[in-house]
Design a protein around this ligand. Sequence first.
Ligand code: HEM
Length: 452
Amino acid sequence: MPQTPVKPASCPDGVGLIGRIKRFQQDMFASQPDRLYRAWMAETRTPFFHSYLINQPDLIDLVLKKRPEDFPKSAVIRDTLIKLLGNSVFVTNGEVWKQQRRIIDPAFEGGRLKDAFPAMRAAGLDAVERLAAGGEIEMEYETAHLTADVIFRTLFSIPIGDETATAVFTAFRDYQRSQPLWNLPGLLQMPKWVPRFRSNASNRAAMKIRGLLTGLVESRQKLIDAGTAPDDLATKIMTATDPETGRKFDGPEMVDQVAIFFLAGHETSASALSWALYLLAFDESVQNRLAAEVAGIDFSTIQFAQLKKLPFTRSVFRETLRLYPPVPMMVRQAQRDEHFRDRDVRKGSMVILSPWHLHRHERLWERPDEFDPDRWGTDAGKQCARDAYIPFSAGPRVCTGAGFGMAEGVLLLAMLVRHFRIEAIKGKDPVPVAYLTVRSRDGIWLRLIPRD
Ligand code: HEM
């Protein structure tokens, strides 16, 4: 058994720009040099673009919290995801983005989380039943199925077994494997006329998903008009008005938002959950402690407030988000000339925030590559939680679903460990790669053994 859980191989020194671009096309991690785990800032200059990856906590604070308006989201992300996400809150900037958040945020406020809890519990119970026989299982598929179920129940009050929900889930799987994290011509800031090489498969899948989501939004609008709509997330957002302008989302705008809730809401949680299960298989003693914490719980009746009584499960989930942050990198664009450390950062440069490197930074974390859920109780861990831990980003653009994602992650992890012992399978160590989120090249295979 290795000492530390799996980490992707970095780019060796001496590989030139073309070599790095080629590696990037295969997998983003393979193009990143090892020094990013030690550097406070790293500059990449090419004839096409300048980018600055920053790991220094006060600079990250500046970009995300102090002056976020001077560092809007880069067009690279919009360019990559536009076919699926249109003008959704994930990709917009400025006034449009502010207005979208004013409509969306109230639906995710603390109290509302409780409303989503029964949907999370029901999806978890169904997953336990689906997996009841145990055996050698590819967990990335199962966790995606489970978290898609949570998001469908929360948004539209339908389970994953519903025909449309299944069709969206299947089309999304095609999309995610055919869509790189970033579109290379966009990343290189090539002119707009350079083709973006989106594969036909990715375009087809995006169109299909949007077609299905449009159907769901239209039928929901009819129920709202008739006064018979269920009180779920879709109804809340479709009937909410912007407190400043009184505007609501129209149909196509709502499809954009539903697309991002579906994508951000299930893909990230599925990635985190499958890596958490891998880590528990990797470290049996941690798994035993987690199993002891959840042993007496009846998950068929568990209530939202009981999550507070699962501090160790929470620490395991937090540690998973540190080692395998589902969103490994975020890109912003400098709106004016800046001076970072001893360097001039020109207007238009890309500023890259990398939870992946920050969370394993050798000058910030003790034993950065080790899986140690207890670190969150130490002074050093608490300090790092403030300075060097951004799995949900930070500042005004922080993930809208952060509270939702934490509650869901802790609940589902607890439920799965309550019902199954999880074991690694020899010769099937996962290899982290960056697709839309951090995934494993050939899936995460684990052995599930029913406990009772
Ligand atoms: C473990 C689970 C999750 C993780 C790690 C995660 C992580 C993130 C991160 C890092 C961002 C910022 C991306 C950027 O700035 O480029 C983000 C944004 C976002 N997330 Fe999440 N997320 C999770 C779950 C969810 C859930 C459950 C939802 C909704 C149901 C959601 C909805 C969103 C939305 C709408 C945004 C865009 C916010 C904006 O740009 O204003 N996420 N998420």
